[in-house]
Design a binder for this molecule. Structure first.
Ligand code: PEP
Length: 250
């Protein structure tokens, strides 16, 4: 299976010009990488820029989506708008959105809304701390179950899950996860999926790792931790570093 690498640009860069340069650099990196599927998730205002570049291995994703189909919802963006801009994916449940009050219930509505319009959700899950008693496992189990509520079996082939422990993501990260921590969580999430659906779906669902991925640690998650791919924040903003991460996967 091709490895999936998601570039989450977050609230960057600050101008169209810089975004265009970043798109160009990232698209160039995708050349000759048969075994990697790159998904670029820029801020909404830059989605249109990806249309200037062509590469079948690079996909476009949004960083969020509204939970309604459209209408009187100030500040929201519908799945149909995203797909009209060329997006095939959208991140939902990102830790930084959850911190702003996004609940599992809202995330579930967003997932159902995306699937209705044939977009693939990249569902982020992850605990804010690892306690010795292992409560973080039931916390993530709750996230997976609640966010996937009423998602039909037939739609599960369109879902990607990213394990992103809150303590490992963004500028306030304390450290990245170890490959063992990732592996444990990957097996655990697959067991949860198997309990809800079946073993076949659990086997095929891609589980990515995200949180302080950099050129030096990227291969440990994929080779050692058997991640199906990576979700990269900060280091996706520098094509040199992002290229080195892609190289580490091959
Ligand atoms: C993220 O927040 O999704 C993320 C992976 O960020 P970073 O790589 O910067 O930790």
């Amino acid at each position: 299976m091709a490895k999936i690498v998601v570039a989450n640009w977050k609230e960057n860069p600050q101008s169209q010009k810089e975004a265009e340069v970043l798109f160009k650099g990232t698209f160039l990196l995708a050349k000759f990488r048969e075994n990697t599927r790159i998904i670029i998730c820029p801020p909404f205002p830059y989605l249109y820029l990806s249309g200037k570049f062509k590469n079948k291995k690079v996909f476009l994703g949004a960083q969020n989506v509204g939970k309604e189909e459209g209408g009187s919802y100030t500040g929201e963006v519908s799945p149909k708008m995203l797909s009209d801009m060329g997006a095939d994916f959208a991140i939902v449940g990102h830790g930084e959105e959850r911190l702003l009050g996004e609940t599992n219930e809202i995330i579930n509505a967003k997932i159902l809304n995306l699937l209705k319009f044939k977009l693939s959700p990249i569902l982020c899950v992850g605990e804010s701390e690892r306690d010795k008693e292992g409560n973080y496992l039931s916390f993530v189990e709750g996230q997976v179950k609640d966010c996937l509520l009423a998602v039909p079996k037939a739609q599960m082939k369109n879902i990607i899950i990213a394990y992103e422990p809150i303590w490992a993501i963004g500028a306030n990260a304390t450290r990245e996860a170890t490959k063992e921590e990732f592996m444990e969580m990957k097996i655990f999430i697959k067991k949860v999926i198997s309990d809800i659906y079946d073993g076949k779906i659990a086997h095929s669902i891609p589980i990515l790792y995200g949180g302080s991925v950099n050129p030096a640690n990227a291969s440990q998650f994929v080779d050692g931790g058997k991640a199906d791919g990576l979700l990269v924040g900060r280091d996706s903003l520098d094509p040199k570093k992002f290229g080195a991460i892609l190289n580490a996967l091959n």
